[in-house]
Design a protein around this ligand. Structure first.
Ligand SMILES: Nc1ncnc2c1ncn2[C@@H]1O[C@H](COP(=O)(O)OP(=O)(O)O)[C@@H](O)[C@H]1O
Ligand SMILES: [Mg+2]
Length: 158
């Protein structure tokens, strides 16, 4: 590979200036690229590059993308990252992978396993999993319009 840009399998650019969606290869490099492009999109929407919400969104994208690559991967298939600014001011992050039969813990109170979903749970105002027909699933998370007061939770994972 000569450039990270070749990791992008197909691209679907936004409609108005409030939505973004793109497919990435199901590799660690694809997951890294998803995080980088998410930050670039947020900056293009006027978010400060080093802002708390930008950092939170980048971390959530990184964890969900890593999970899509590690747990939701099917040979020859990529994962999709979607970003949308909701009328409420929340940022909705969606990561879709092709393994619909294999679900992460959907309960926000019953996150088990590694740190990834604990981080998502701490940073997101809400998150969950929904089927993506005909096969696959979307893990989504919403970043609050205002800072989430989760200092206690975050100190647990620091
Ligand atoms: N996209 C996914 N597809 C299938 N299973 C998942 C996905 N994301 C998370 N999981 C499940 O939830 C568990 C917890 O995820 P996470 O907290 O990120 O920990 P880790 O990735 O370190 O195992 C994973 O071990 C896996 O069993
Ligand atoms: Mg993980």
């Amino acid at each position: 590979m000569t450039s990270e840009s070749v990791q992008i399998e197909t691209a679907q650019q936004s409609t108005p200036a409030q939505q973004f969606a793109q497919l990435f290869s199901a590799t660690r490099r694809g997951a890294r690229l998803a995080r980088l492009l998410a930050v670039e999109q947020l900056v293009a929407w006027g978010w400060p590059r080093d802002g708390e919400r930008t950092d939170a969104a980048a971390l959530v994208v990184a964890e969900l993308a890593a999970n899509a690559v590690m747990h939701g991967r099917l040979d020859g298939r990529g994962f999709r990252l979607g970003l949308a600014l909701l009328p409420s001011g929340r940022l909705r992050i969606e990561v879709t992978d092709p393994r619909g039969e294999c679900l992460p813990a959907a309960s926000r109170e019953a996150v088990e396993g590694g740190r990834g979903l604990i981080i998502v749970n701490a940073l997101a105002a809400d998150w969950g999993v929904q089927p993506c027909l005909p096969a696959g699933k979307t893990v989504w998370a919403e970043i609050s319009a205002t800072r989430k007061t989760s200092g206690d939770t975050l100190s647990v994972i620091a």
